[in-house]
Structures are given as C-alpha cells and as structure tokens.
Design a protein around this ligand. Sequence first.
Ligand code: A3P
Length: 285
Amino acid sequence: ERIRIEGYNQELIHHRNILFPGFTNDLLKIKTMKLRPDDTFIIGYPKSGTTWTEEIVWLVENNLDYDKSLKTSHFERVLFLDKEPIIKIDQLPAPRVLKSHLPLEYLPDDIAKFCKVIYIMRNPKDVLVSYFSFVKWLKDLEFSGTLEDIVEHFSKNKILYGDWCDHVNKYFSNPDVLFICYEDLLEKQMETVKKIVEFLGKKKTDEEIEKLIEFTSFHKMKTNKSFGMIPKDWNEFIDKFDFKLFFRKGQIGNWVSHFTEKMSDFVDEIVKQKINPKIKVRYLP
Ligand code: A3P
C-alpha cells in the first residue's frame, strides 16, 4: 500500500506497519530470491554506517583492490538490494556483495545460515540526527519537518524501515549474523575489522588491515570519487546528490549538539523498554 506521511513529498510504501521508501518495488520478491553460498549481505538500519561497512567488506572480498575502489562507482560494486530489480540481482557475477536496510523477516529464511550476513548497529540518537539530515536533502523525500518530529516518529513506527529496536533485536538474536557496532568500528578499529576479515574467511596481515582502515577512514571516503559516481537510473531519486553531504560528520555523540534533554530522555525511555537487555548501546565516545 502506498501512503503519504506528513513532511515527506513522496508516497511511501506501507507494509505490515513498516514504512519503506517508494522505490522498494520488489520488496516481497526478496524473500524468495536465490541465495548463493558466496553471497555477503551488509545490513543496517539506515544511517548506521552501512556504506562504510560495505566499503570495508568489498575491499576484503576483492583482494584489497584500492585502484578499483577509486575508479568504479561504489553503487555498482555493492548493489542496493532494496532498490534494484531482483532480475538484476539474480544476474550479478559471484561473489555478490549486497547492501540492505530491510528488517530480517523480509530476507530469505535462514539467510545467515546459507551465506554471510554482517549487521551494523549505531546508537539511535546519532542515527536520528543523521537520518534527519539525510531525508531533508534527498530529492525524493525532501522532509520538511523538524528533528523533533523525527524523534516523535521514532516512537510511532514512522521512520523508514520500521522500529529501530525491533530491527536491531532480530539481527542480534540470530547467532549466525556477525553483529558489529558503529562505535566499535570507529574506536576499536583494528579489533573490529579483524572480526570482519575472519568472519569472511580471509587472512590479512596487521599492516594490510592498517592500510584498509586508513583507506576507509571518514576523510578518505569523503574524497573517494567512487561515491560520487551515481548510476544513471538513480537520477530521479538523488539528482541533487552531493556525496560530500552524505559524509556529514562521522562521529559518535554528534546528537548532543542537536537533542534537547527532553528528546534524549524520550529516546532513552523507548530503548529501555524495547531493546534486548544484552545489547549494549553506546551514545558517547
Ligand atoms: P553522519 O550523518 O552522522 O555523519 P549509512 O551508510 O548507513 O547511511 O550511514 C551514514 C552515516 O555513516 C553518516 O553519519 C556517515 O557520515 C557515516 N559514515 C560513512 N562513512 C564513514 C566512515 N568512513 N567513518 C565514519 N562514519 C562514516
């Protein structure tokens, strides 16, 4: 069902009480897509550091080919499952590195048993600030509300891709998923990237990992032109796309400059009630 939500200039898809962007045409076909054992999925709630993780994973999967990373559009190297026609996904050469924001229940059953699934979680206050900045400049959304509206949407299941706590809880509870945090990727880089490399079944030396961390650092990615190479069929979606805006702050705790105490308490209360208590969410550096 397509619906209008106040503040957004485009119809969104509403399915089982979850909102999806208008472009998720093949949403229900994904559940039965053909998986391959050498597929890797990188998943995160929007604005959790998905793109960053994708770049790290793509490089590990592709022999640390830095030259190709700089020269080939990131969006062609890592296909966005939610947006691409499933026919195109089916035809990709192996090994596929795919990105998605979908809740676990929209992906094929046992996906994480059959292929590799990496999930990245970020604290929801930084997610909301990043999301707010993103939906404001994205052409097909052009959200006209305030950050306070977004924080309210957080409690009403009105953020794209559904309830944050549900999203995180489901991936966390799946023992076959590699679950990492944005905060760790930023502060415990060596340890976290090593976990990724090991999970992918690859071997890299400490020197190689150090170089990889440097190459995928916020400032390096911001100047990597492959993020500015937008596939032609995305034009209607992001013709104002300035990839420098996408790489906004890349920090832990930027929410402190945008949240009031009331907004912060509000999010704390929801998270306290709903999140799996085994999940440690870190809000500050
Ligand atoms: P900010 O808006 O807080 O800067 P996603 O890829 O899931 O949409 O997440 C986007 C967020 O990840 C943005 O957060 C973006 O700046 C941040 N990000 C992207 N690359 C990064 C990197 N190399 N290091 C740290 N943060 C990064």
